[in-house]
Design a protein around this ligand. Structure first.
Ligand code: HEC
Ligand code: HEC
Length: 403
């Protein structure tokens, strides 16, 4: 064996050793560390190319958001179900829209109008600017998914839907086909709206459904809560999370919660079948998207203020919500009958229908449940825009019949 060969072998040995060390090293480091690898949401622009950040447009949006003149009976505003006191949700399992009186859990169906509960839980408006955010920090406001079943795209087009909805805002006042025209006619008769719309949109016939949607969406993009302990931890403040919260964060990642609750919004914004049972308050089953009991992964930000949980509010607490995953995982793996936990798997959903990411969840024990709850609290930021206008241009009660 000559010297050249020996050198060659030695060199190759070194390269091999280096490779082995590298492989060993990378396999010890989790491929995605929640604390350090998630995009810092505060580095993102909530307007992301929508150019909707002029103050006058935002303020017009705020007026519309609070003004019950947009509802058929002039009794319901967006804020009746998305109120700052409830972190822009309503604190109820299922909302009461038309004919309701009061706010939050206290709200009652005060009018005998054959209009009962709305069939789904009110999601928060907080951070909806970021709906559709992916793990790399990309999101497109034009195609941003909206609703529990992703059936609408963009805040702009979503904003018109409640005006058309019979239970939420329209009621018996007018037919769906003339709802928008009727609302536009009302706004045109209010000088302050004529002035504000013309100021913002710059011409004389600017009150129309597109501009109503644009102004409301511009306001919604300012309703942000992104300074949670988790966000501060991520920005480098190592003392922002408690030990239990750090344990919870690691457990959340290890058992596979983040397979669906991914990225800085803690949602992949995709549809999944996880088997949440129907609400006992409703007469009909809600089969979600594609008739397959698919619902969108919700954000996990601000949960302590936005319960009850799931698309129909069947889970009253975070503990109940997380324990449901133990039931679902066991059921998906043919271990257990979808009970006897509080929340049983929806009897219309069979084992094979359940999402693979539910089947593949790691085991979750009681300590894990408590740690995850602590971690979810670390995603909470209570310091958001809570302005309650003292008046709206219609002269009606801001927020509708919420007092
Ligand atoms: C009666 C209660 C009620 C009223 C009034 C109401 N909403 Fe909602 N909102 C809901 C419910 C319930 C959902 C979820 C519905 C679904 O997924 O099918 C929702 C969903 C949304 C979403 C989607 C959030 C997401 O992450 O997918 C936005 C945005 C929104 N509403 C804004 C508004 C605006 C703007 C108005 C006023 C024009 C309004 N809402 C009026 C109850 C209400
Ligand atoms: C297969 C994807 C998937 C996995 C894995 C998953 N989730 Fe979810 N999560 C969802 C979907 C979808 C919903 C909404 C279901 C519904 O309302 O019917 C949801 C709802 C929730 C909610 C309720 C939020 C609200 O606003 O109502 C919480 C809390 C939650 N998940 C926490 C967790 C935790 C903790 C884990 C890990 C133990 C986890 N999730 C694993 C998809 C998933």
């Amino acid at each position: 064996m000559n010297k050249k060969n020996v050198e060659d072998i030695l060199a190759r040995r070194e390269i091999l050793l280096l490779l082995l060390i590298l492989i060993g090293f990378t396999s010890c480091v989790p491929d995605n560390n929640l604390g350090s690898d998630t995009i810092d949401i505060n580095t993102l622009d909530p307007n992301n190319g929508t150019n909707s950040n002029s103050t006058s447009m935002v303020e017009l949006g705020r007026q519309l958001f609070w003004d019950p003149v947009l509802s058929g009976g002039m009794d319901v505003a967006c804020v009746s179900c998305h109120h700052p006191d409830f972190a822009y949700a309503d604190g109820r399992a299922l909302p009461i829209g038309v004919g309701g009186q009061g706010l939050g859990p206290q709200r009652i169906d005060a009018v005998n109008d054959n209009i009962g509960l709305v069939g789904r839980n009110s999601p928060t408006i907080l951070n909806t600017a970021f709906n559709g955010l992916d793990e790399n920090g990309n999101f497109n406001p034009v195609t941003a998914p909206m609703f529990w079943d992703n059936r609408a795209q963009s805040l702009e087009s979503q904003a018109i839907q409640p005006l058309l909805s019979f239970e939420e805002m329209r009621g018996h006042a007018f037919d769906e086909t003339v709802a928008i025209d009727s609302i536009v006619a009302r706004l045109e008769a209010i000088p302050e709206y004529v002035l504000n719309f013309n100021n913002v949109f710059g011409n004389n016939s600017s009150i129309n459904s597109d501009n109503i949607g644009t102004a409301i969406a511009a306001f919604e993009r300012t309703i942000l809560a992104t300074d949670s302990p988790f966000d501060r931890f991520q920005a480098g403040d190592n003392s922002a999370l408690t030990n239990a919260q750090i344990r919870g964060m690691n457990t959340f990642q290890r058992v596979g919660c983040e397979d669906c609750h991914s990225g800085s919004m803690f949602s992949d914004f995709e549809l999944h079948t996880i088997g949440v049972p129907d609400s006992p308050l409703l007469n009909e089953t809600d089969s979600g998207a594609n008739g397959n009991y698919e619902f969108r992964t919700p954000t996990l930000r601000n949960l302590p203020q936005t319960g009850p949980y799931f698309h129909n509010g069947v889970a009253g607490s975070l503990e109940e919500t997380i324990r449901f995953y133990i039931t679902a995982r066991n059921f998906a793996n043919n271990n257990g009958n979808g009970g006897p936990e509080n929340l049983k798997i929806n009897p219309n959903v069979n084992r094979n229908q359940l999402d693979n990411d539910i089947r593949n969840l790691g085991p979750i024990n009681n300590n894990n449940v408590q740690d995850i709850i602590q971690f979810l609290h670390a995603l909470n930021d209570t310091n958001f825009d809570k302005i309650i206008p003292t008046s709206v241009p219609s002269g009606l009660n801001p927020g509708g019949n919420i007092n």
